[in-house]
Design a protein around this ligand. Structure first.
Ligand SMILES: [Zn+2]
Length: 73
């Protein structure tokens, strides 16, 4: 996985330390993407976010500011 966003959490600004890589969050759930019949390799970069573990957990729980963007056709 290549480094995105300078390996910095896009929510809280925390940086991955020394070889620790942060998580890549799929803002539109990857399972839904595949269910739509799409190829995971075609997943738009725009819908990826670099998040640290705690923010990723919140994002997956759809907590606070984290909402899936509308899927554009
Ligand atoms: Zn964070």
């Amino acid at each position: 996985m290549q480094e995105r966003n300078n390996n910095t959490c896009q929510s809280c600004g925390k940086k991955g330390q020394d070889g620790e890589s942060l998580d890549v969050h799929h803002t539109y759930p990857l399972n839904n993407w595949i269910d739509d019949g799409e190829d995971p390799n075609d997943y738009p970069d725009d819908w990826l976010m670099t998040l640290d573990k705690s923010c990723h957990t919140k994002a997956d729980a759809q907590d606070g500011d984290f909402k899936y963007p509308p899927k554009t056709e």
